[in-house]
Design a protein around this ligand. Structure first.
Ligand code: SF4
Length: 370
């Protein structure tokens, strides 16, 4: 590391270099020990596309990349904006910005693809390609702009399946010397991996936790979330409730009601029994059919029966009706036409035209989290 910065050190291509946004403040200090003209740590998180030359010179001299994501497409709908970001290795991930009067919400991805293959989610159809680095997660938030007040891990990928990088990203985002992101403004939405829930319990991060439960029996959950077959449903719930107890918070369980699958009175009663008297609330979600997925719309009477059963047991409950193709409802609504573009041509950033698997054709769906 040089002790001063020279324009001649600017490299024309540093795409393989480490992302500066991967650095914690401590690592940043260590890297810059004794360096004259060093930028502030906060300067790394500037939302401006045109970064100062001094910062660019510093990054080049340090062998770092300042940015790693390239906006490929933007899809606007209502108050939401869905952005497809290209990665340097030609993969792509999606983020959603939801505009609200009290601040914006960034719905971010944590992996390229997903290993869990949930029946109702496009993200899992293509399998897991790779984890995102902490910096690639942080950069999604940075690029979504300075008005972001809440971050939800509901984009592509299972955040607890990329635990190290997700927690590192959260620490970077929360650091007072950098983004200084509000502690309670970050939500991890997960299917609930027992081992990593146990680790999360021991972290002091002030997070919110949402568990995509969707079933009250092991066999139904195994059908809906094939990648989670080895996770005992009772252990998932117990670990999540243990996290809530330890942190004196309420955990949200999301239950997508699917007719003929998980919508009986017995299901509702079991769900109420699981949640009654616990630090838990339930978000009931209605499935709206999408082409290519053989799941039906939940009738009103099922929603009402579930809600009443839960309320009768004293469980706080919210009913959410997803709104078709409007991306204003689309936190995590990941259309497979985008997943066809998980890999894009280097240089041109055009999507590859490789044929999707038969089951993926024209599939468009959402990820039914909170
Ligand atoms: S719902 Fe979540 S865990 Fe399931 S396939 Fe989609 S991203 Fe993965």
């Amino acid at each position: 590391m040089p002790d001063h910065l020279e324009p001649s050190l600017v490299a024309s291509s540093i795409s393989s270099a480490r992302l500066a946004l991967d650095l914690t403040a401590t690592e940043f200090d260590a890297l810059n020990s004794g360096v004259q003209g060093r930028p502030s740590y906060r300067a790394l998180f500037s939302p401006h596309a045109d970064l100062p030359q001094s910062l660019r010179l510093w990054a080049d001299a340090s062998g770092l990349r300042l940015r790693g994501l390239k906006r490929l497409t933007q899809d606007r709908g209502g108050q939401s904006q869905k952005i497809l970001f290209g990665l340097p290795d030609s993969y792509a991930v999606e983020s959603v910005l939801i505009r609200r009067h009290d601040g914006h919400t960034a719905c971010v991805s944590s992996q390229v693809g997903c290993a869990f293959a949930c029946q109702f989610c496009a993200s899992g159809q293509a399998g897991l390609m790779r984890n995102l680095s902490a910096g690639e997660i942080v950069e999604q938030v940075v690029q979504l702009g300075p008005k972001v007040r809440r971050i939800v891990f509901m984009g592509i990928g299972e955040p607890l399946n990329n635990y190290e990088q997700v927690i590192r990203a959260i620490r970077i985002l929360r650091d007072r010397r950098g983004c200084d992101f509000p502690t309670t403004g970050i939500t991890i939405s997960t299917i609930g991996i027992p081992k990593t829930l146990a680790r999360l319990r021991e972290e002091h991060l002030g997070l919110n936790l949402t568990i995509s439960l969707h079933a009250t029996t092991q066999d139904i959950r195994d059908r809906l979330i094939p990648g989670a077959r080895k996770h005992d449903i009772g252990e998932v719930v117990a670990r999540a409730l243990s996290w809530a107890e330890r942190h004196n918070r309420t955990v949200t369980f999301v239950y997508l009601i699917l007719p003929g699958i998980n919508d009986t009175q017995s299901d509702a009663r079991r769900l109420a029994e699981m949640m009654a008297g616990q630090r838990a609330r339930v978000n009931l979600m209605r499935w709206n059919p999408v082409e290519g997925i053989a799941l039906d719309r939940t009738p009103d009477h099922s929603l009402v029966m579930f809600r009443r059963t839960l309320e009768h047991a004293g469980v706080p409950v919210v009913v959410r009706d997803t709104q078709g193709r409007d991306i204003s409802a689309a936190c995590g609504q990941l259309w497979l036409r985008d997943l066809k573009g998980l890999r894009v041509e280097k240089g041109s950033m055009q999507r590859k035209t490789a044929q999707p698997r038969a089951a993926e054709t024209e599939l468009q769906t959402r990820r039914p989290h909170a």
